[in-house]
Ligand binder design. Structure first.
Ligand code: PHE
Length: 375
């Protein structure tokens, strides 16, 4: 697959009333950071692929790698086929980018599970960009990258009770993923935590002990029987896992801020080299500039819409948006919130005048788009 500097996917902005893909998001589609040579996301992706190649060399089936699948998917592939409930939050337009009511930017690489299985591809890895409307801070960005793995076991004795085969597959999954984490991090303390995903049963999360804290690194489980059967994989048991490449890279390379992955600054990019794990050396940051905006909420106000507007206007100049004050007027019952926006440019100093100009556009846009009333 190929990384590109910047792309423009006008077809993502459809004019459909349900369409909520912004320009700044559309510009990320096709960038494919996970394919950029010497990029931390590519380095960690390759490490995972090598681990599975090594297992293949030891007699396990080959995991076919797909890292260039389109992030444009359907509600069918992304949610319905994975048994995600109709009212699940991840389906909401406040959380997900839709082209129209049935077409969206994938929220997880699990959307490829059923289409792959339906094609008879049962052992595979998928790496790709995923999209979630979210808050803005050092560990959240509306585009990040996931790696998915799926493995089925047609070789298991089909006369064994289904539950027994599930147990065998679950143990295989745990051993495989512990090995994977060890191949990435070396010897680390790990623990398994019970979890819930609509598409696996049982479901588990793997945590590692890192700098004094337990950190969740992946979700996984045994694929639910109905899902396999809907993909025409009958009476076979298999596992699936999904992990966030940024999350792992931040830990592995000591990268303190998720936005750095998007940096084109040579001070960032020249620090990394294919096949090598080095610790990131922070370079001096330019100073931040803070601006507050207070307003009375509108009826269906949702924070994510505000974050989106701020990001669309200020782009990567916005470092963080946080609520600094909230109250309800005792007489009118109206609700007020104050948000603090931290502006900071990665590559130069911002002037107060330039930030004031952006802040003015933000304020006007909040009024025009969210129907709020500035205070
Ligand atoms: N898709 C899940 C997520 O994004 C991760 C997952 C993948 C869990 C496969 C189980 C199996 O959180």
């Amino acid at each position: 697959c190929f990384a590109t500097q910047s792309t423009h996917f006008p077809e993502l902005i459809t004019g459909d009333p349900y369409n909520n893909v912004s320009e700044s998001i559309a510009a990320k589609v096709g960038v494919n950071l996970h394919c950029q040579p010497n990029h931390p996301l590519n380095i960690i992706k390759s490490k995972i692929v090598s681990y599975f190649d090594q297992l293949h060399a030891q007699g396990q089936p080959k995991m076919q790698v797909f890292d260039n699948l389109s992030p444009v998917t359907t509600t069918e592939n992304c949610f319905d086929q994975l048994l995600i409930a109709k009212d699940h939050v991840s389906r909401k337009a406040t959380d997900t980018y839709y082209l129209n009511p049935t077409t969206l930017l994938r929220t997880h690489t699990s959307c490829h599970q059923v289409p792959m299985l339906s094609k008879g591809i049962k052992n595979f890895l998928v790496a790709g960009d995923v999209y979630r409307r979210d808050e803005i801070d050092a560990s959240h960005y509306p585009v990040f990258h996931q790696m998915e793995g799926v493995r089925f076991f047609p070789e298991l004795d089909a006369t064994l009770p289904y539950e027994e085969r599930v147990e065998i597959v679950k143990e295989h999954l745990k051993a495989t993923l512990e090995g994977m984490v060890e191949s990435i991090f070396g010897k680390v303390e790990m623990r398994w935590v019970e979890a819930y995903f609509p598409f696996t049963e049982p479901s588990l999360e793997l945590e590692i002990f890192f700098e004094g804290e337990w950190l969740e690194v992946l979700g996984c489980g045994v694929t639910r029987r109905e899902i396999a059967e809907n993909a025409n994989v009958i009476n076979e048991v298999g596992w699936a896992f999904g992990l966030g490449l940024e999350r792992l890279s931040m830990v592995l390379f000591d990268i303190p801020d998720i936005r750095l992955f998007w940096s084109q600054d040579p001070r960032f990019l020249t620090q990394f080299q294919d096949g090598v794990i080095t610790k990131f050396k922070p370079y001096s940051k330019y100073p931040p500039c803070y601006k507050d905006v207070s307003f009375w909420l509108s009826k269906d106000f949702h924070e994510n819409n505000l974050y989106e507007i701020v990001r669309d206007i200020a782009g990567d100049m916005v470092e963080k948006v946080e609520i600094v004050d909230a109250f309800v007027h005792p007489k009118t019952n109206r609700e007020s919130k104050c948000f603090r926006i931290t502006y900071r440019h990665h590559d130069r100093n911002l002037t107060n005048e330039e930030v004031d100009a952006i802040q003015l556009v933000v304020r006007e846009s909040l009024v025009a788009n969210l129907g709020i009333e500035l205070r």
